[in-house]
Write a protein that binds this ligand. Sequence first.
Ligand code: 2DT
Length: 212
Amino acid sequence: NKESSSSRGALIVLEGLDRCGKTSQSGKLYKYLDEQGHSVESWRFPDRNTGVGQMISSYLANKSQLDDHAIHLLFSANRWEKRSLMEEKLKSGTTLIVDRYSYSGVAFSSAKGLDIEWCKAPEIGLLAPDLVVYLDISPEKAAERGGYGDERYEQLEFQKKVAGSYLSLRDSSWKVIDATLSIEDVEKKLREAVLDCMMTCHKGKPLSQLWP
Ligand code: 2DT
């Protein structure tokens, strides 16, 4: 029937500071949806597997230096090179759980002092998420969790600036979840928000583009 032929997957994005639990919650969510029989894939940005992704990876590991604007554009290009596949998957009914997206792009680069409108510009025309879940934790609490690696950006002072940038990007489409709740509680709230969003997409909510 008409409804099932137009039914599409949802574009779900998880954002938050380093050590907020984003990656492990993405994994749990993926496993849950998959076990429930949904067509679902787990994605992340940067996608370090592409040529551009390898340049980004080397930069993050401090093995190469790049101008702040240049690395910003590489992060954006890394999303553009996946855009058509992303659209294909969503239209064919697959839900994508994406660990970081354009919001990380803008939050991290503007935390370095780049103009926020300049940072947003190259993201225009990428697919807009149906839901952005922000796992909220203070930079101090995140740092207490330990386990910052040696990559660029994994320092308290910088994370404080990133937190401020994220704050200015929040809009009504964001669902903020307190990341200091127990793992199980975060998982439960995340599931509820995502299932609700998937239902809206299934019912025919059209795909849209950044920035809404
Ligand atoms: P992971 O630790 O999640 O692999 O991220 N970043 C990420 C940016 O500066 N711009 C972007 O567009 C994206 C997607 C955040 C590696 C680091 O890269 C930062 C942390």
